[in-house]
Design a protein around this ligand. Structure first.
Ligand SMILES: Nc1nc2c(ncn2[C@@H]2O[C@H](COP(=O)(O)OP(=O)(O)OP(=O)(O)O)[C@@H](O)[C@H]2O)c(=O)[nH]1
Ligand SMILES: [Mg+2]
Length: 244
């Protein structure tokens, strides 16, 4: 059996977790040959997120630093340290359908990185605001034009990776620019990406992303990584997250 980690960044997502954790297709994944662990990387939730996760047999990791980007990097480091085979990440807010994890692992048999594409998938009415819909299209277009490698949905939070891909990624994002940086790093490291259409549903609970502020930070990240492909931490060895 190969080892799969399902990684959920979590900040006050008690209700999202209650909905999605029972939907993770553990049985089907076992049938497909994957021994699955579910990890939440918690950013200091003040609600019952941690308790709900434990009730559903999840491992709880406390994130280093602040923000979704720092949380993902904490999870990636743990994943590499524990030498697992593949990782699927998705948000804990109920927007992504855990049943689709099986599509990701199937595609990972022949690809290093699989990206869940909401924009060519099925977006539930009202699930994405007009501003976010427009912003997602714009940023995706800018990324494809700047880096010369087509991508369909830059800011999606549903990704699958092989261990080799995660080992090659060079990241230093703190917040919601992490996905843009993952894309930029895949291009830089010549990791092939494939997109699969996914469904996108309405969020449960309060959004942590601010469309305009975070859209701007994502745009800046695309520009900075185009000019300086490696984060300064990778070059100097300083400023990396302190992960135990
Ligand atoms: N660990 C951790 N998770 C976070 C942090 N900020 C956000 N998250 C999680 O990251 C995921 C995405 O956050 P959202 O607020 O849904 O952001 P988004 O999906 O880009 O925006 P919406 O479309 O408004 O939902 C959710 O599961 C959050 O709980 C953080 O600082 N630490
Ligand atoms: Mg969300």
């Amino acid at each position: 059996m190969k080892n799969l980690v399902v990684l959920l960044p979590t900040l006050d997502e008690e209700y999202g977790l209650r909905k999605i954790l029972p939907q993770i297709p553990r049985q089907q994944l076992t049938t497909l040959g994957w021994k699955t662990e579910v990890w939440i990387v918690d950013g200091g939730s003040k609600d019952l997120s941690v308790e709900i996760a434990k009730q559903h047999d999840c491992k709880v990791i406390k994130q280093a630093g602040y923000g979704k980007g720092a949380a993902m990097r904490t999870g990636f480091s743990k994943f590499l340290a524990l030498n697992k085979d593949a990782l699927v990440m998705l948000d804990a807010d109920g927007t992504y359908d855990p049943a689709e994890i099986t599509d990701f692992v199937t595609m990972l048999e022949n690809n290093e990185v699989v990206i869940g594409d909401r924009l060519r998938g099925k977006i539930e009415p009202g699930a994405m605001t007009r501003v976010n819909y427009f912003g997602n299209h714009m940023l995706t277009w800018v990324a494809s034009a700047l880096y010369g490698v087509n991508t369909n949905d830059l800011c999606t939070g549903y990704w699958g990776f092989t261990k080799s891909a995660i080992a090659k990624l060079k990241l230093n994002s703190m917040r919601f620019e992490i996905e843009a940086e993952m894309y930029a790093s895949c291009v830089r490291e010549k990791i092939t990406i494939v997109s699969i259409p996914i469904s996108y549903r309405g969020r449960i609970g309060e959004a942590k992303l601010g469309s305009i502020v975070d859209g701007w930070i994502i745009f800046k990240k695309l520009i900075v990584r185009r000019i300086f492909p490696h984060p300064v931490e990778v070059v100097t060895g300083k400023g990396n997250l302190d992960i135990d």
